[in-house]
Design a protein around this ligand. Sequence first.
Ligand code: AR6
Length: 174
Amino acid sequence: MIIGSTAIEAVEGNIVKMEFDAIVNAANSSLLGGGGVDGAIHRAAGKELVHECRLLGGCKTGQAKVTKGYDLPANWIIHTVGPVWRGGENGEAGQLASCYSESLSRAVEIGARTIGIPAISTGIFNYPLESAAQTAVATLSAFVEQHPEAFDRIALVCFDEQATEAFTKAMKAF
Ligand code: AR6
C-alpha cells in the first residue's frame, strides 16, 4: 500500500541482511540481547552493540530506543520491547501498537526514510500472528497518514511463509 511518499509492504527474508536506513529489533526490557531476531541482530551487528545497549538503561514494553547499526547494513537499530501474549485481555494490543508507533517516532527523529520491521512479539512472546499483523498494519497506516512525507519505504519483514501470508492478508483487508 502507498500513503504519501511511503510504500508499506510485507517482504520475506532475514532482516539482518537487508539494506534499510534503520531496522527495528524485537528486544526484551534489558536490551542486552536474547534469542530470535534479537540474537540474530546482536550477532550480525557485533559486540560493540551490547556496549551501547548497556548505556541505555533498558526499555519498557511498548517503548523504543535507538543505537547505531555497527556491522549491519542498516545505519540504525530501533530497539522496541513487545508485549508477552497473556491471552489478549491484558493490554497486549495497545502495547504492540505502541511498539510500532514509538519505533516510527524514533525513525522520524533520526531521519530514517527506509525501515525494516520484524513481526514483533509473534515468536518467543507468542502473540497470535493474524492479530499482530492487523495491529501492525493499522498502526503503521495511521502513523504514516499523520507523517505522509516522512518515509520512502516501510517493510514488514517476515521470516517465514506463514508470517508473510498473515501480513499480506492484513494489508489487503485494510
Ligand atoms: N529476520 C526477520 N525476522 C526474524 C528473524 C530474522 N533474522 N529471526 C526471527 N524472526 P522473536 P518476540 C521473526 O522471537 O516474539 C528474544 O529473546 C520470528 O519468526 O524474535 O518479540 C528477545 O530478547 C517472529 O516472527 O521476538 C525477547 O526476549 C518475529 O521475528 C523475545 O525474544 C519475532 O520473534 C522477544 O520475542
